[in-house]
Design a protein around this ligand. Sequence first.
Ligand code: GTR
Length: 421
Amino acid sequence: MILSKNPPVGCLAAAFLSIMILSSDTAGGWQADPEVVRRQTERRPDFNFEEAKVPEYTLPEILQTVDGRPITTKEEWMANRADLFDLFAEHIYGHTPGRPERLTFRVTEDNPRALDGAATLRVVEIRSFQEDREHAFELLLFLPNQTGGPTPVFLLLNNRDRSNTDPTREEISEFWPVEDAIGRNYGIAAIQNRELAPDSATEYRNGVIRLFEGETEERADNAFGALAAWGWGASRVMDYFETLDEVDHRRVAVLGHSRGGKASLWTGARDERFALAISNESGCGGAALSRRRFAETVARINGNFPHWFCENFNRFNDREDDLPVDQHQLMALMAPRAVYAASADLDLWADPRGEYLSIAHASPVFELWGYAGLAPDAMPGIHQPRRGGRQGYHIREGGHNLLRYDWHRYMDMGDQIWGRK
Ligand code: GTR
């Protein structure tokens, strides 16, 4: 797929058409505020915040097998899916282990009278055993009491301080709006990413990675990094959900903000038990297309956060065009399940347009199932959430954060795909 801002010379009809599409898009769609562009450029002069300076690029064809054959049916897509997944594992996120040898779930708190009786709070210690090693982390889970059966759940991979997910509800944070979810009859859960892998280049092994690899310092270039370790925790939560009657484990959404959103998308791609993966402003290495080199780049993210991805990802520093994949294909790995990406107006660092384009360019895959897609040339404006059959996107005003506005749009998506009113 060739993407170029300048229509090809010599093909006047096509040139005319793309000019038409671009101008109508400009009229209705989101545009960065030039003042915000100016301020960001001033703050980070080494990075590009101007749409006009995005280089020309060619995205890997979405309806094509990794060995270059065209894909025309959903069966062909699914037959190629594992090979595409492997490219992401091998070159970007690393290969992630599965279940440990033994896993236990211990309920440490069970309060059926939480939120004045509206919900049940359960705190669960999820403990893994591998050879002679152990690892434990905590799951926080609120389930609505007034339900007619198993409840769908939104699981947050919390990249911030635990106080954002305060189970006592003494501290209320929009980052994890328990009351809102319960009010809409959804379960809401959280795990603390740092309990799976500390978010530090020197400490990140002290968690799940040591559980599997022990004390050895040697690591393969395609071994999993911190993002994948956080998501590994989400999969163990799913193992637990599968044991519960109260949770509808076929209707679980995994959600994260920023670095948590990168982890969430990767979790959804890796673990097909998740029905919906949600990226809140995940940007580079998450929802945004790498080839756009808009704001944060592959070289910068690997340089600043060497523990997030696998070692192999460094090979693409300043060589985005050589990546065997781009992030629209990560979005497509969710098909025929659902995927949602959201951006914020002031958060140019996460490349809002690149986030929209990547979810939109995944559309041909969802269309194989007959689901309506999102058109790449029709990015919506602020506070105009757009949903296709299994894809959703919004951009809201404001900065880099996960807010109630975002959560409600995610629950709207849940309502749509799960047929709830
Ligand atoms: C930034 C990083 C982004 C994003 C963000 C966050 O410093 O450059 O990729 O992940 O942190 O997680 O808040």
